[in-house]
Design a protein around this ligand. Structure first.
Ligand code: GDP
Ligand code: MG
Length: 253
């Protein structure tokens, strides 16, 4: 079954009070903020954050950035900002690099359990700007209370060589998928990354819903490999093909 929608939250099958962790590459930050904007516009309260690091400029897409490391008044500030804007980004502290340190997974758990907001949306993985990544043994950092894990990849990588240019942690990627150095990233190889126990869903909490989101479909010219990829993945878990840029999503179930 396949259908199209312009509703991102619905494409991902979100339910009331979900705790969403985004992993992989190819658009996690973009999805996080698009989702937060939508949920806020629909009247929900939202917190965005990361368990890794984020550029301060990116975090500022939220109406307010609250730093846990700024002192004991941070929680009070957060409550005030949420009262006013219904949406904030929470981080740990400012780093010299211009990035913000994220929050610990246990703080994410606490914020979720304390029902501070309706939705908590986290970037739980880093991809160094590449559309595809393989997780190291200590990645991603998904809080235990996450109810949804969205594993992402950027579709512009399909057919490109499996090298550092397109794949973050390329060596680990080849270990996991059996791809050879420089081999074209074929559908079957990307599917292995998504389906491997130590692949993109590594560390997914037991009860969390798993969603595969293949983004940047607007950059795909030849649909043959895309159809092949859908053929392998569809029916196994919720699969979304889309373009956050164009705001259009295809849901395969
Ligand atoms: N063409 C296209 N570019 C996108 C889309 N979504 C995100 N991008 C771009 O892809 C790059 C990586 O996105 P980002 O959200 O930072 O990915 P992350 O590394 O997974 O957090 C950025 O330059 C985005 O503007 C999309 O749907 N289509
Ligand atoms: Mg990012």
């Amino acid at each position: 079954m396949r259908r199209e929608t312009r509703d991102l939250a619905e494409a991902l099958g979100l339910r009331a009070r979900d705790h969403v962790a985004l992993v992989g590459g190819g658009g996690k930050t973009t999805v996080m903020f698009a989702l937060a904007d939508q949920l806020k516009a629909e009247g929900s309260t939202v917190l965005t954050s990361t368990t890794t690091k984020v550029w301060e400029q990116q975090a500022q897409k939220a109406p307010s950035v609250i730093l846990e490391g700024s002192g004991p008044q941070w929680k009070e500030e957060l409550v005030q900002v949420l009262d006013r804007h219904h949406y904030a980004f929470v981080a740990g502290e400012r780093l010299a690099s211009g990035k913000l340190q994220g929050i610990s997974p246990t703080l994410a758990d606490r914020l979720f359990r304390d029902r501070v907001v309706d939705y908590l949306i986290l970037e739980a993985d880093g991809a160094a700007g590449r559309p595809v990544k393989a997780p190291a043994r200590y990645e991603p950092v998904i809080p235990r209370t996450a109810t949804v894990v969205v594993a992402m990849a950027g579709l512009e990588a399909l057919g490109k060589p499996c090298t550092d240019e397109w794949v973050f942690r390329a060596e680990r990627f080849m270990e996991l998928t059996g791809a050879r150095q420089g081999e074209f990233l074929k559908p079957v190889i990307l599917a292995r990354l998504l389906q491997h126990q130590r692949g993109l869903f590594q560390g997914c909490p037991k009860g969390a819903r798993r969603i595969i989101f293949l983004n940047k479909v607007d950059l795909v010219q030849d649909r043959t490999w895309l159809d092949e990829l859908v053929g392998i993945l569809a029916g196994k878990c919720r699969l979304v093909l889309g373009s956050v840029k164009e705001g259009i999503y295809q849901v395969h179930r």
